[in-house]
Design a protein around this ligand. Structure first.
Ligand code: COA
Length: 177
């Protein structure tokens, strides 16, 4: 089902296909995302965003990935807010295009990202927060071994409203890499 799904570091060459994909998925993403500035939906805005992510990646602050299905960009996965020291934790976020949902793409992409985070990137913990009614995303996390750790009230401003989130975590351990 999830054969053909890979995750790799975003590259400048992804900007054009990513922008087209984001524009095509604007309605699909709207209920689950922050309200975006108008530039977000342009190649110029995505170029600035990608450059910023790659700079931050070099500093060890983020793992910015693209999700590929049979070599074609179909989504994004990002580990934000990477903190080292005694925490070695990061915040996981992801989306996949509406035209490939429901066939295990996000589940496989999150698995690949966990291998990246706990392997090469040396993290110990991933956290992910979902809206309380984002059942599909919760399924993706549970299938990857994420454990719910509680509800954070008013945690993120999504679709223009500070909304409660169910937080999950996954710890590094045997079989994770
Ligand atoms: C959430 C999202 C990443 C899931 O991607 P996906 O590739 O469809 O996920 P998967 O196919 O790996 O798994 C999703 C599972 O949830 C199930 N599901 C989908 N919608 C559901 C719903 N409304 N209620 C319950 N389960 C649902 C799917 O059927 C699938 O399970 P199955 O394989 O047993 O049928 C994708 O829909 C998306 O990008 N949504 C918009 C952005 C978003 O919500 N990002 C996550 C923010 S926390």
């Amino acid at each position: 089902m999830s054969a053909g799904v890979t995750v790799r570091l975003v590259a400048p060459g992804d900007v054009a296909p990513l922008t087209a994909l984001l524009v095509a998925n604007r309605d699909h993403l709207a209920p689950w995302d922050p309200v975006r500035a108008p530039e977000y939906w342009t190649e110029q805005g995505q170029r600035v965003n990608t450059d910023r992510l790659l700079d931050l990646y070099e500093l060890g602050g983020v793992l910015p990935g693209v999700v590929l299905l049979d070599g074609e960009v179909v989504g994004q996965v990002t580990v934000n807010n990477v903190v080292r020291g005694a925490f070695r934790s990061g915040d996981l976020g992801y989306w996949v295009s509406h035209h490939v949902t429901g066939r295990g793409v996000a589940t496989a992409a999150v698995a690949a990202t966990a291998r990246w985070a706990f392997g090469d990137a040396g993290l110990h913990r991933l956290q992910a927060g979902t809206l309380l009614h984002n059942a599909a995303s919760q399924t993706v996390l549970r299938r990857n071994g994420f454990t719910p750790i509680g509800v954070a009230p008013g945690y993120l401003c999504i679709a223009g409203r500070w909304q409660d989130h169910l937080l999950f975590q996954l710890l590094d351990g045997p079989g994770m890499r």
